[in-house]
Design a binder for this molecule. Structure first.
Ligand code: ASP
Length: 359
């Protein structure tokens, strides 16, 4: 393994025998507790996996071992960086044959990015990788969503033990919903149903029973796992707003060291301002070899380039359509594709690799 191992605690083996699951603990609210145990309103800090593990009744009664690898310094997920994604993918690659499936415990803020990126990094995935977190931590709050989310994620990661069909993909299990990882968005910072996949039906639902809809999940691949973790970090996301055309933001960004790629979060079905200076700045950037992709800043529906004269112009300029990809998936896919050796990045970006787009 890479030097990433220095940043991981040693594998914690469960006492139970048999083939189990591997849990990767990165941190997040799910494992957080108030800094001052006497003051529930004091700022929360991320606790070690052991503290969360011992607070979950029933985790040891699922009937199979739950081994764990924890980040040596578990994070609030707003501090996630691309190298953390590489650690997670490396852990799964190295232990792929030893487990039925994998659970990743993660903060909710950037969980959709992590789920998206792992779906690209873990090519031909044939086992469940279930990403979850919580709105209320499970270490010290009695009323929480952490325990249910974690237990259900563990069950999905070991489908055989629970009479479930295997979903061989990176998925998000949260608030009773089972979602394709690269279609997931954080949609609520308050309710337990914090995530949704606006442009793809849920892969399943967890209520009194766990009900899966395999018709929506990816098939079991015929090829072995292929892990590719190189990414291009030099990609930015830019949200449109009225006034950006004369705000000179883009010009300022591009005049220094221009990024390799830009994800534009456009208006509606893919529109951006048509002001000449703004468009010619983009044109010059594209002419210098930059890449611009277009995703909608609206919550659902995707972009339809060519629908209006305004976005037909963007196609003519050479901007790529992100179709109905989420901004998170488009950002991760672009970082990942620009980090690989590919002859036709545009064609690959605009086709579905792991169910991330449907248009
Ligand atoms: N800021 C926290 C994090 O992303 C929020 C959470 O986990 O819900 O780690």
């Amino acid at each position: 393994m890479t030097s990433s191992q220095d940043h991981l605690l040693p594998l914690e083996k469960d006492d139970q025998t048999g083939r189990g699951i591997l849990l990767i603990y990165t941190g997040g609210t799910i494992g957080s507790a108030p800094q001052d145990p006497m003051d529930p309103h004091s700022p929360q800090i991320v606790m070690p996996w052991r503290d969360l593990k011992t607070s979950i009744p029933g985790l040891d009664r699922l009937g199979y071992p739950i081994d764990a690898i924890s980040f040596a310094e578990p994070l609030n997920s707003c501090d996630i960086e691309p190298y953390h994604w590489q650690w997670m993918a490396d852990i799964i690659a190295q232990r792929y044959d030893d487990y039925e499936g994998f659970v990743i415990l993660h903060g909710t803020d950037t969980l959709a990015y992590t789920a998206s990126m792992l779906s690209f990094m873990l090519g031909h995935l044939g086992k469940p990788v279930v990403v979850t977190g919580a709105q209320i931590g499970g270490v010290s709050f009695v009323r929480n969503d952490a325990h249910q989310n974690l237990l259900t994620a563990a069950m999905l990661a070991h489908p055989k033990a629970h009479g479930l069909k295997c979903i061989p993909e990176v998925m998000v299990c949260f608030g009773g919903r089972i979602l394709r990882g690269n279609r997931t968005r954080k949609v609520d910072s308050f309710r337990f149903q914090g995530f949704d996949s606006p442009d793809l039906p849920w892969l399943g639902e967890c209520g009194e029973r766990i009900v899966l809809r395999p018709v929506y999940s990816l098939p079991i691949p015929s090829e072995p796992l292929r892990v590719r973790t190189e990414v291009e970090r030099d990609v930015i996301m830019l949200e449109m707003f009225p006034g950006i055309q004369r705000a000179k933001i883009l010009e300022a960004i591009l005049s220094q060291q221009a990024p390799k790629g830009i994800v534009l979060r456009s208006f509606g079905a893919g529109n951006i301002p048509t002001e000449k200076g703004f468009l010619s700045t983009i044109q010059a950037y594209l002419g210098d070899g930059g890449v611009v992709v277009n995703v909608t800043g609206v919550g659902r529906g995707g972009v339809n380039m060519g629908l209006y004269d305004t976005n037909q112009q963007l196609l003519d300029l050479g901007i790529w359509s992100g179709f109905d990809m989420t901004p998170e998936a488009a950002m991760c896919k672009l970082m990942w594709l620009l980090g690989q050796e590919h002859d036709d990045v545009q064609e690959i970006f605009q086709s579905s690799l792991v169910g991330e787009l449907s248009m």
